[in-house]
Ligand binder design. Structure first.
Ligand code: R5P
Length: 257
């Protein structure tokens, strides 16, 4: 692995603890004005001091994030679908490598849909993206998106994570589930977990705690942070869990709900 690639990965997975708190705000690429992200700039700004990196689309980055912010960017570069469209798995690569470099990103992110109608297309997207990004030392984060018909269990997610790694993804983002350790053991690259739909804060903090204690390097969390009644408190609590191994109970106690 070359210097640039290693340097960019260390901007996302902090070398001090080998952990990562990524703030995911890319939902609008297929969900439109997601609850809590109607005015993305307003939502993102107070959370940035506690995030190690920001996962975002090109449009929100350009329009809603101050270029003087010192936050590593993980740019979503797949899309072309919508919640009301034909099939969520019908994704293409939506940003050129030149534009990603122009935006000074630390990594790019793309979804794969193993077992879905357009599985092949999304896996080919990943392989193509990795091949292009290798030439510029830009890491690729693969998101194991789960179609409505798929079960989020260790059998399915370990299949999807391993395929992502085999095709060259440098980091994989997946879901926490029972027997999560099995997924970690069979995936040769670092794993971060998504938070998923909004759940009670106590449960979301336990999810983060369990994930890192079972081998995830961190979280790439969105709705459970920005849809909380205390978004800043929530990201601080997640940060304490991921970086300091604080218990979920203690982290929860500091929230203003
Ligand atoms: C979905 O594909 C997006 O990548 C989201 O960023 C991801 O699901 C993480 O956000 P959340 O924690 O809200 O699930």
């Amino acid at each position: 692995m070359d210097w640039g690639m290693k340097n960019r990965i260390s901007r996302i997975i902090k070398p001090e603890a080998g952990r990562a708190v990524m703030l995911a705000v890319d939902h609008g690429y297929f969900l439109g004005p997601t609850s809590g992200l109607e005015d993305p700039g307003k939502t993102i700004k107070p959370l940035l001091p506690y995030a190690d990196s920001l996962m975002v689309t090109r449009g929100v980055l350009r329009n809603s994030v101050d270029p003087q912010e010192n936050i590593p960017i993980v740019l979503r570069v797949s899309g072309g679908n919508s919640i009301v469209g034909e099939d969520l798995s019908k994704e293409a690569i939506t940003v050129s490598i030149q534009d990603a470099i122009r935006l000074n990103v630390s990594a790019v992110a793309l979804s794969i849909y193993v077992g879905s109608k357009y599985e092949h297309q999304t896996l080919k997207n990943l392989a193509t993206l990795v091949s292009e990004c290798e030439g510029y030392g830009i890491p690729v984060l693969a998101v194991t998106a789960v179609g409505r018909e798929m079960v989020r269990d260790a059998k399915y997610l370990s299949l999807a994570c391993r395929i992502a790694a085999e095709l060259g993804a440098h980091i994989v983002k997946t879901y926490y589930c029972e027997d999560f350790e099995k997924i970690v053991k069979t995936c040769p690259v670092p794993i971060v977990i998504a938070g998923g739909k909004k759940i009670p804060e106590k449960d979301a903090l336990k999810l983060a705690y369990d994930a890192v204690n079972e081998g995830a390097v961190g979280v790439d969390m969105g709705r459970n942070i920005f849809q909380s009644k205390d978004p800043v408190g929530m990201i601080k609590a997640v940060r304490d869990i991921v970086h300091k191994n604080v218990s979920p109970e203690k982290a929860y106690g500091a929230l203003k709900l």
